[in-house]
Design a protein around this ligand. Structure first.
Ligand code: FAD
Length: 395
């Protein structure tokens, strides 16, 4: 191909441009992003950026030197694969190969779209709007005790806000972790001075207050909604591209989509994992970093390694470093290394004796070793793995 167009200038889009040059692609590369800012890194937004202690989160990438044409503040509105063109709010752009990297967008709590004082946290602009909220030391209500809710609560408590967290499930992180693993994390909220209400549903949000379904009313100078994110793929409806029920672009094992010469990477794409025996939609930074080299190799050389990573992510919350590698299902058996009362602990998941995932709280070595064992499909001895004083290794 002569001209590669990348739609979405987040981690996955920017890395695609870098990876194309690393692969030796010599043609032209156009990177189109809806946000007006230089491409930047998202994880600091719920951490140091909120507290005003972060360096500029812009990526340290010299797009000029890479000969990448950056089109910022430009939204792509449609794809016409027959004509090999995308439509943008500045007119059509032709491509020989196209990479979809539009990421994800936060789920909006119904009925709160235009209520003043209700915030989401996905973009630099969102974080900029939230910073003065924290500086005013408001009463803050957080809807959702997921990863974003936990990190935002941590920052808001550090800023001296009174924080109430409303969670519909009976434990935090219910989207990812079973109750027996995540229930102890409820104590982290209490320890930080936040109030966590589980089994609690928001009925409606009005300016200044959140009303729960059970009749309780919680004063709220501001509300942060962190109830999940969905692939930003609505603009692709009607393009003929295959989308999954979760809204993801359903890519194949080399990140090709159902349309010719169209690839998908990062938060907007799902891919089949032979390793885990199911299609994965991963909304984490490492996936947006790693996937692009596969797509870039496929575009440049026509051959690409199969993309079947051991997913990895981290979270910084309540003075703890939480890391997870692998992929477990409800059918896998959790195995504790240590107890939740310890300052640091790990949970491993086993499927027929094989390690499928590891969650490490303040035990980065367990994470590193566990990640390698998951990658190797290693069997582990449960009795030995349960002893936190001996390193994790294969049986
Ligand atoms: P995005 O970063 O969402 O980038 C997509 C870009 O495409 C956006 O800039 C968007 O404006 C643009 N776009 C969308 N639609 C269009 C369109 N139609 N036209 C043009 N442009 C478009 N992961 C971790 O592993 N650890 C963490 O600690 C962590 N912290 C996080 C904290 C926050 C606050 C958030 C929001 C995410 C965090 N993540 C973390 C997840 C990680 O940031 C994402 O997985 C990663 O950003 C995904 O990269 P992406 O490029 O696929 O998507």
């Amino acid at each position: 191909p002569q001209h590669v167009v990348v739609v979405g200038a987040g981690m996955a889009g920017a890395q695609t441009a870098v990876a194309l040059r690393e692969e030796g692609f010599a043609g032209s590369v156009t990177l189109i992003g809806a946000e007006p800012h230089q491409p930047y890194d998202r994880p600091p937004l719920s951490k140091a950026v909120l507290l005003g202690t972060a360096e500029d989160p812009a990526f340290d990438i010299d797009f000029e030197e890479l000969r990448v044409t950056l089109c910022l503040g430009v939204r792509v509105t449609g794809l016409r694969a027959d004509a090999r063109e995308v439509d943008t709010d500045r007119g059509p752009v032709g491509y020989d190969a196209l990479v979809l990297a539009t990421g994800a967008e936060p789920v909006v709590l119904p009925g709160t779209h235009d209520v003043p004082g209700v915030h989401l946290l996905r973009t630099l602009d969102d974080a900029a709007r939230l910073r003065p909220v924290l500086e005013r030391s408001h009463d803050v209500v957080v809807v959702g005790a997921g990863w974003i809710g936990a990190e935002f609560t941590t920052a808001a408590r550090a800023a001296g806000c009174a924080v109430t967290v409303v969670e519909a499930a009976d434990h935090p992180l219910a989207g990812t972790l079973p109750a027996e693993v995540a229930a102890p994390m409820a104590a982290w909220y209490a320890e930080s001075g936040a109030v966590l209400l589980t089994d609690a549903r928001v009925d409606r949000v009005v300016p200044g207050a959140v009303h729960l379904a059970d009749g309780r009313e919680i004063p709220a100078g501001a509300v942060l909604v962190g109830i999940g994110a969905r692939p930003a793929t609505r603009w692709l409806e009607g393009s003929g591209i295959a989308l999954g029920p979760d809204g993801s672009v359903t890519a194949d094992a080399t990140l090709r989509t159902s349309l010719p010469d169209v690839y998908a990477v990062g938060d907007c794409a799902s891919f089949p994992s032979a390793r885990f025996g199911e299609r994965l939609l991963v909304h984490h930074w490492d996936n947006a970093l790693q996937g692009p080299s596969t797509a870039a190799a496929a575009i440049t050389t026509g051959r690409a390694p199969v993309y079947d990573p051991v997913p990895y992510f981290w979270s910084e919350q309540f003075d703890r470093f939480v890391q997870y590698a692998g992929h477990h299902t409800a059918a896998d058996t959790p195995l504790w290394r240590g107890t939740p009362d310890d300052p640091a602990w790990t949970v491993c998941w086993l499927r027929d004796g094989v390690l499928t995932a590891v969650l490490a709280v303040g035990r980065p070595r367990d994470l590193t070793q566990g990640r390698k064992l998951v990658a190797a499909g290693a069997r582990i001895d449960p009795a030995r793995a349960a002893d936190p004083s001996v390193p994790l290794r294969s049986a």
